[in-house]
Design a protein around this ligand. Structure first.
Ligand code: ZN
Length: 145
């Protein structure tokens, strides 16, 4: 998948961005995967999940862990914004298999490639407005309207 148009924007804290990369490195040689929690329009929470396949080229989530992660996010006031996973040696794009498994148009699908140095993190949406999503690193806002 290589689209030109940026269809949406994801705001994410520098800490969350760094955590995605840290998890990707910690999981080597396998793919890492996890959830991204959003609050006040900013992704500020990364939940590391187990790659049930323990594979360098594929990943799968464990349903029990997914439910527990969703509960933990909600308890902290976050909502599920997206799913991330790593490509230890592949590019920062969704593979054909990734696209097949990405069915939720409300979610962002983030891929971190460790083949690039520094690692490259990109976000994608699926559905009618499929394409790459612009990622903006920013702080959680202190004041709420
Ligand atoms: Zn993938």
């Amino acid at each position: 998948m290589e689209k030109v148009a940026m269809v949406a924007t994801m705001r994410i804290t520098p800490e969350a961005l760094a955590e995605i990369v840290a998890h990707a490195r910690a999981a080597l040689p396998d793919e890492a995967c996890g959830y991204l929690g959003e609050r006040d329009g900013v992704v500020g929470r990364v939940v590391r999940l187990t790659n049930a396949l323990a594979s360098p080229t594929r990943f799968a989530l464990l349903p029990e862990e997914q439910f527990a992660a969703l509960r933990a996010l909600r308890a902290e006031g976050f909502s599920l914004r997206g799913v991330y996973h790593s490509h230890p040696a592949g590019p920062a794009v969704l593979s054909a298999e990734d696209e097949r498994l990405a069915f939720d148009e409300a979610l962002s699908y983030v891929v971190v490639s460790l083949a690039a140095d520094p690692p490259l993190v990109r976000s994608f949406r699926v559905g009618p407005d499929a394409g790459e999503e612009r990622m903006v690193s920013g702080r959680l806002t202190a004041s709420r309207a």
